[in-house]
Design a protein around this ligand. Structure first.
Ligand code: DGL
Length: 278
């Protein structure tokens, strides 16, 4: 008998989560997947805790209504501001058998394996930085390996990516400025977390200003690896997921705009569907 359609849901405020989707797709191609970008309301980066929580919860409920049992919040801002509440307050009421996972904990666990001197830098949106989620999680999950963490908000980086200004002198100016700032906060950092799913698209520019010996952590491959491990450890969830290899993209903005811009993040052209969450 054909298993009921239950895709892995991947949610982001917009396009950035496509960097996570791409890696998950590559490492776990057998599963059905749906991607939802709340492009009509992004960026989330500077929005309040309450608003990010409300928007993210709406997206989660919407993806559940599409058959998802497992959702990845492929957005640091949503993971920082909404995940804990959704896991602790909402899921038990909605359906304790479903799961919502974020991108911060896998990144923090990976950092703990990599760092040699325990000095970590986090680059993220204003929302992610102000939430203090990374410093808190680094202390909690690094088993004492992280000694010091510093953060730098990079509010111009998402607009640079979304406007395809990645290789412009303006991009270089802001990237250099933020990288210099974070190394001023701690010149001995040995690991830098790209704590926003848009930032991997700026990696070539970022590398120009980061000393060679510093490890730059991109989340896509790590989240995909950790998801694989999660599914191995949780067969009760794995059996619920359907394996039709399909992908469906949804956006709260115009599907045409999404299809055009997604090209920046993905190698192949895609089709998207416009949806309304409420
Ligand atoms: N992709 C989001 C993140 O990882 C940032 C984009 C936004 O501000 O909405 O934080």
């Amino acid at each position: 008998m054909q298993k009921k359609y239950s895709p892995i849901g991947i949610f982001d405020s917009g396009y950035g989560g496509l960097t996570i989707f791409k890696e998950i797709r590559e490492k776990l191609p057998e599963y059905d997947m749906v991607y939802l970008g709340d492009n009509a309301r992004n960026p989330y980066g500077a929005r309040s805790f309450e608003v990010v929580y409300d928007y993210t919860l709406e997206a989660v409920k919407f993806l559940f209504s599409k058959g998802c049992h497992l959702i990845i919040l492929a957005c640091n801002t949503a993971s920082a501001k909404a995940l804990r509440n959704i896991q602790q307050l909402d899921l038990p009421k909605i359906d304790p058998g479903r799961r919502v996972l974020g991108v911060i904990r896998p990144s923090v666990e990976k950092v703990s394996e990599i760092t040699k001197n325990g000095r970590i830098g986090v680059l993220g949106t204003v929302g992610t930085v102000n939430s203090e989620s990374y410093p808190v999680e680094l202390l909690k999950w690094s088993e004492g390996k992280v000694k010091n963490s510093v953060q730098e908000a990079c509010p111009m980086w998402v607009p640079i990516v979304e406007n395809n200004e990645i290789n412009s002198p303006g991009a270089e100016y802001f990237i250099q400025k933020n990288i210099e700032n974070i190394f001023r906060k701690d010149p001995l950092l040995d690991t830098l977390i790209l704590g926003c799913t848009h930032y991997p698209l700026l990696i070539d520019q970022i590398r120009k200003f980061v000393p060679d010996q510093v490890y730059i952590l991109e989340q896509g491959p790590i989240v995909a690896d950790k998801l694989k491990v999660y599914l191995n450890r949780h067969p009760e969830m794995e059996v619920k997921l359907s394996k039709g290899r399909s992908v469906h993209f949804m956006t709260t903005e115009s599907s045409k705009i999404f299809e055009e811009k997604a090209g920046l993040f993905l190698d192949n052209p895609i089709k998207a569907e416009h949806v309304q969450l409420l």
